[in-house]
Design a protein around this ligand. Structure first.
Ligand SMILES: Nc1ncnc2c1ncn2[C@@H]1O[C@H](COP(=O)(O)OP(=O)(O)OP(=O)(O)O)[C@@H](O)[C@H]1O
Ligand SMILES: [Mg+2]
Length: 243
């Protein structure tokens, strides 16, 4: 297995404020990796750099060996990025939306139909795909957007807070669809969350980030053992010495 993501001493300043203060972590191919931390920790900033939306102030980030700054186009081809505040076109129905988005990636009819079918299956929305996105609940919209991100079979999928704002049931479905798809397709996922308990279920390995610094990295079990904690939340408090 190769390396999907390699981040070395990544720094990002906004004006005089240093949001990332030398971030290091690696994601292996075919794993679900969680970037976990509280509000303002630097999760979205890290993911936006990997997604080639913003440039780092210094340091390196590579996606399957491609530098996100020097080789941004190569990165864009193999990566699917779902921003935390993503929306879908409200006036389309779910099916039309998947078809519209597939059109950017599939250039002949069979491939397009396969992609749309994959999107339908992943979404699990069934007949509701014929309803306008405008009438979807927040959870249904999120499922549609995640299906859109996954149906193109990216080498790396980045999901920023895929379950934020969802109730327990919808969050459960969304986690299920992510895990099921990842394990079935053997794809690599980088998922951010401030919910430290959900990532124990979802992620093979996690990095805890706080104030722009990675404070722990490993499997949830390794991290809990290291801090003698019953869950990742407690480990986080210990690691930041807030506990
Ligand atoms: N464009 C920007 N201009 C100025 N400051 C920014 C900008 N983007 C992010 N920041 C700051 O950088 C820090 C990290 O923000 P970031 O969005 O990466 O956090 P986060 O971990 O994703 O938090 P959340 O859980 O709330 O989404 C915050 O203090 C934020 O205010
Ligand atoms: Mg964020």
């Amino acid at each position: 297995m190769g390396l999907a993501v390699k981040i070395q001493d990544l720094r990002k300043s906004f004006g005089g404020f240093e949001a990332l203060k030398g971030v290091n972590f690696e994601v292996d191919e075919a794993e679900i990796f969680g970037l976990i931390g509280p509000n303002g920790a630097g999760k979205t900033t890290t993911l936006r750099i990997l997604g080639t939306l913003i440039r780092p102030t210094s340091g390196q980030a590579e996606v399957f060996g491609h530098d996100v700054v020097k080789d941004a186009n190569a990165v864009r081809v193999i990566l699917s990025y779902l921003p935390e505040d993503a929306g879908a076109y409200q006036y389309l129905n779910g099916e039309e939306y998947l078809r519209f988005m597939a059109g950017f990636y599939a250039h002949e009819k069979t491939a397009l139909e396969e992609m749309v079918q994959a999107g339908r299956d992943i979404s699990g929305l069934g007949d509701r795909l014929r309803d306008r996105v405008n009438d979807y609940s927040r959870g249904m919209k999120r499922r549609l957007l995640i299906a859109r991100a996954l149906m193109i079979k990216p080498k790396l999928t980045i999901l920023d807070e895929p379950t934020s704002g969802l109730d327990v049931i919808q969050a459960y479905h969304v986690r299920g669809m992510i895990k099921d798809y990842a394990k079935r397709m053997g794809v690599t996922m980088l998922v951010s969350s401030h919910n430290m308990l959900e990532v124990e279920y979802l992620c093979d390995r996690v990095a805890l980030i706080n104030e722009g610094v990675i404070i722990a990295e490993g499997t949830p079990t390794q991290i809990k053992t290291r801090y003698n904690a019953v869950n990742l939340e407690q480990a986080f408090m210990e690691a930041t010495q807030l506990g």
